[in-house]
Ligand binder design. Structure first.
Ligand code: ZN
Length: 380
């Protein structure tokens, strides 16, 4: 009996002591659990990194498996493969940074973003002289890469025509001498508009209704074409290159007008083009006006056919005042003397900020510098 009572007292005091200990340590325990949880959620417990690594692997694998026929003589195509980073970045934005990827969308975007190659046919000539002085002439047809239209812009290749002469032979061919780059995000903008509409800063997508018609002549004060569209020997560089537009002889300071209704995609200095305006007319049609002395429009302005956009000049790589005028269909330069007309169209241009954000994310992925946990948090 006494033992029973003693036991009870002992248990009770033990409970009292342990209760004290428990209550004393409770806050510490809570703080510990909380900290552990926070640390886990910040640095990730591993599984989330792994699932993104898998998504990345799958997308990169698909994009890298897209093969292009390198049919050009110098095989430059291989240097312009689509980056998996841009497709991965777009898919992550589109699916809200979740690990479920939409492979159909990935394929659709890759198809739209992959580089397009433009070629021209060239015939190399080889002459061999026999001992009797007779010529043996051989003609070799080759494909020469003139342009690559990537999601970032257009690369134009320049070549020099070389004639090698030896005692018993002569060889005429084109040798690559340089590449020109023109920034043009129209491919990327199309994907952002189609696949990310409403996901990026929504109302930044421009939607302008334009009325179509036939193109006007861009230089009211000149009708003389001083250099046509197509292959030519470059007047300044002395290299054989593809002339992506027509040169119209005009006096310095004469008006340059918009050939159709459009939205200003670019207005400013543009390498060899000098002071340049690029107008977007929808339906994949853009026009470019180069070597101007003064620009009268700014980016995102809506212009109507016939309105003044610039005054002519000789800025950039130019020998004298003239207007270099280009027409591009889905980024590809076409002969401006063709008969172009457009109907009622809408312009879907992604905002610079959205495009920059996506391009920079993609570049970080390609360099392996992504902070996925941070991006996932900021994306939600
Ligand atoms: Zn030109």
């Amino acid at each position: 009996m006494v033992r029973e009572i003693l036991k009870k007292i002992a248990y009770r005091s033990l409970w009292r002591v342990s209760k004290k200990i428990l209550f004393f340590f409770m806050p510490f325990l809570l703080i510990f659990l909380l900290t552990f949880g926070i640390v886990l959620s910040i640095f990730g417990a591993g599984p989330s990194d792994n699932r993104f690594a898998e998504v990345k692997k799958e997308i990169a694998g698909y994009v890298n498996s897209i093969d292009y026929d390198a049919v050009s003589k110098y095989g430059q195509e291989n240097g312009y493969k689509l980056d998996w980073g841009i497709v991965f970045a777009l898919e992550m934005y589109a699916n809200g940074w979740r690990s479920q990827i939409d492979m159909d969308r990935v394929k659709r975007m890759a198809e739209l973003l992959k580089p397009e190659f433009e070629y021209t046919d060239y015939t190399e000539k080889r002459v061999r002289y026999t001992i009797s002085g007779e010529e043996i002439v051989e003609y070799i047809p080759v494909k020469i890469l003139t342009q690559v239209h990537t999601y970032k812009g257009i690369y134009s290749f320049e070549y020099k025509e070389i004639t090698e002469k030896g005692a018993d032979y002569e060889y005429r061919y084109l040798e690559p001498v340089g590449v020109d780059f023109l920034e043009d995000y129209s491919k990327l903008d199309a994907v952002i508009y189609q696949e990310l509409k409403g996901l990026v800063a929504g109302d930044n997508i421009k939607n302008v209704e334009l009325s179509g018609g036939k193109m006007l002549w861009p230089a009211p004060s000149g009708r003389n074409i001083t250099s046509p569209f197509g292959w030519r020997l470059h007047p300044v560089l002395g290299v054989y290159s593809f002339h992506t537009g027509i040169d119209i002889g005009v006096p310095q300071g004469s008006p340059v007008i918009a050939v159709l209704d459009g939205v200003v995609r670019y207005a400013g200095e543009l390498g060899g083009y000098g002071r340049t305006v690029i107008l977007d007319h929808g339906n994949g049609i853009t026009t470019l006006y180069a070597h101007n002395s003064e620009l009268k429009v700014k980016k995102n302005d809506v212009v109507r056919a016939g309105s003044l956009i610039a005054y002519s000049g000789s800025t950039g790589r130019s020998t004298g005042p003239h207007l270099h005028f280009e027409v591009r269909v889905n980024g590809r330069p076409v002969d401006p003397l063709g008969n172009f007309s457009v109907g009622r169209v809408q312009i879907n241009a992604a905002d610079n900020i959205d495009r920059k954000m996506i391009v920079e994310t993609a570049e970080a992925f390609m360099k392996g510098q992504e902070n996925l946990e941070f991006l996932i948090k900021s994306g939600e």
